[in-house]
Design a protein around this ligand. Structure first.
Ligand code: HEM
Length: 479
């Protein structure tokens, strides 16, 4: 009986303390936001299954910066481009780190490029920045050409066999093959070892995307960490695969010759210590995950937009056809002559931003931005979806209209790759890779809906925002 009383007392104490933390005044300039409830905070307001849309709706009341409690995590949600610049560029040093949560600790132990912080991150970011410069990517650009040829060849076969084209699978293969070449200098074999990784990778994305309440409830974190360490089978599979590749690579490693990214990382981090091995493995894991799903999801959306807006499809095709002037291949150097095609790609990134609420950051100290107080350790979200729906910057934001980007003035709210020193490290590569695939498929094929109806544009929320339903389309050869 006494024991039960003690438990009851502890529960009541916990709830009161939790409520006090969420309601106490921390600063006279603190952010406004919806009213939280004990324990869950504002999570009860994410009701639609599409958190980026719920967060966008809340910003209609509270504006481009507001406070939202993800259970126990004080979170700042941003959709105002001026404030985003003020924080990530003008005060960038205070917003560079990533939050620490059990599922990330389990996955990478905060190693690698995407989830690390502080000096450790600075060093690895510098290495990857250099590796991603175009001059160091010659190999991968040669290989991209080959991947585009493979894509067109597969599509030709689909068309001549009278089959339908499934964008998701073919674009995934395209972006995976590109990253595989960049990291391992190898052609990917989809019938072989990599096929067993596709399932675990998808599951990891699904788990990270749906998020876990136990990650954001402080009291449950230690137990939750132990639980995932013992039950998760997906990350160990991916990491073991990458470890195997690392050891194979080591056997033929020659410090005089840099074949690929893995060689570069071995050069920088080879000591054989567990920590350095984890750095190498976590970094290639990050690049492989971050560099494949985002670009392939965008390409998938581009095809959907071509089908749903046939008159826009014809405009893009006419521009590309005129530009290549009889050649049967579009090159990167053609891009400067295809402003409408570039606008189409930008509009797709705006309309369906692949990184819907981005990769969260955290503040390293209390800071005032404009007249807004942001406390140390707050989690910072850019709501890319909300940003791209900001009516102050985009007229009729719910309309898919590529010509909005034909205006030569840059729209400061177009930031699908984030901004500042920790923006997307693969931005230029992603834009090149998408342009090459997109412009060449449009030169070769006309896309249409299978049943004559528009394809459902609803998103499925996740680390990467993608279309809710996998869809197929009809393709018809143009040249
Ligand atoms: C349409 C394609 C892509 C979009 C929209 C996108 C968007 C983003 C965004 C919004 C971030 C978060 C940046 C921040 O914290 O402020 C990010 C980070 C990152 N992206 Fe991308 N990305 C794309 C493609 C790629 C590709 C192709 C690669 C690799 C070649 C890549 C590698 C990374 C990495 C490694 C990070 C973490 C950077 C760090 O923490 O320092 N991304 N990306």
């Amino acid at each position: 009986m006494e024991f039960l009383k003690l438990i009851l007392f502890l529960i009541i104490f916990y709830i009161i303390h939790n409520t006090y933390i969420k309601f106490k005044k921390i600063n006279k300039n603190e952010l406004k936001g919806p009213i939280p409830i004990p324990i869950l905070g504002n999570l009860y307001q994410l009701t639609s299954g599409l958190p980026h849309r719920d967060l966008t709706k809340i910003s209609e009341k509270y504006g481009g910066i507001y406070r939202f409690w993800f259970a126990d995590l004080y979170t700042v949600v941003l959709s105002d481009p001026i404030l985003i610049r003020e924080m990530f560029v003008n005060n960038g040093d205070y917003f560079l780190d990533r939050p620490k949560i059990p599922s990330i600790r389990h996955a990478t132990h905060y190693h690698g490029i995407a989830t690390s912080s502080g000096e450790y991150w600075l060093k690895i970011r510098d290495i990857i920045n250099k590796a991603m410069r175009k001059t160091n990517l010659k190999l991968i650009y040669d290989s991209l050409d080959q991947q585009v040829d493979n894509l067109i060849e597969s599509m030709n076969k689909i068309e001549s066999d009278g089959q339908v084209f499934e964008p998701r699978i073919y674009f995934k293969k395209y972006t995976m093959a590109a990253m595989y070449k960049f990291i391992f200098n190898e052609e990917i074999n989809f019938n072989n070892e990599i096929s067993e990784l596709i399932g675990p990778i998808e599951q990891v994305f699904k788990d990270l995307g749906s998020g876990s309440l136990f990650d954001v409830l402080l009291i449950s974190r230690p137990l939750y960490y132990q639980w995932i360490e013992h039950t998760d089978k997906n990350y160990p599979k991916i990491l073991n695969f990458l470890k195997k590749k690392y050891h194979q690579h080591l056997k033929t490693y020659n410090p005089e010759i840099q074949r690929d990214l893995l060689d570069l990382l071995i050069k920088e981090y080879y000591s054989g210590s567990d920590d350095d091995i984890l750095t190498i493995i976590a970094t290639i894991n990050d690049l492989f995950l971050a560099g494949t799903d985002t670009s392939s999801a965008s390409l998938e959306y581009m095809v959907m937009m071509l089908v749903n807006y046939p008159e826009i499809q014809e405009k893009v095709y006419d521009e590309i056809k005129l530009t290549v002037n009889g050649r049967n291949k579009v090159l990167l150097s053609d891009r400067q002559f295809t402003p409408y095609t570039v606008s189409f790609i930008k509009e797709t990134l705006r309309y369906k931003p692949p990184s819907s609420v981005g990769v969260p950051r955290t503040t390293s100290q209390d800071i005032i931005i404009g007249d807004k107080f942001i406390p140390k350790d707050a989690q910072i979200f850019i709501n890319y979806y909300g940003l791209s729906r900001n009516q102050d910057y985009f007229e009729n934001p719910e309309q898919f209209e590529p010509s909005r980007f034909m205006n030569p003035d840059t729209n400061i709210a177009f930031l699908p790759f984030s901004i500042g020193t920790r923006n997307c490290v693969g931005q230029n590569f992603a834009l090149d890779e998408m342009f090459l695939a997109f412009s060449n498929i449009i030169l070769n094929f006309k896309f249409s809906s299978i049943d004559g109806k528009q394809i459902d544009e609803t998103e499925l929320y996740g680390v990467t925002l993608r279309c809710k339903n996998k869809f197929n389309v009809s393709i018809k050869k143009r040249i």
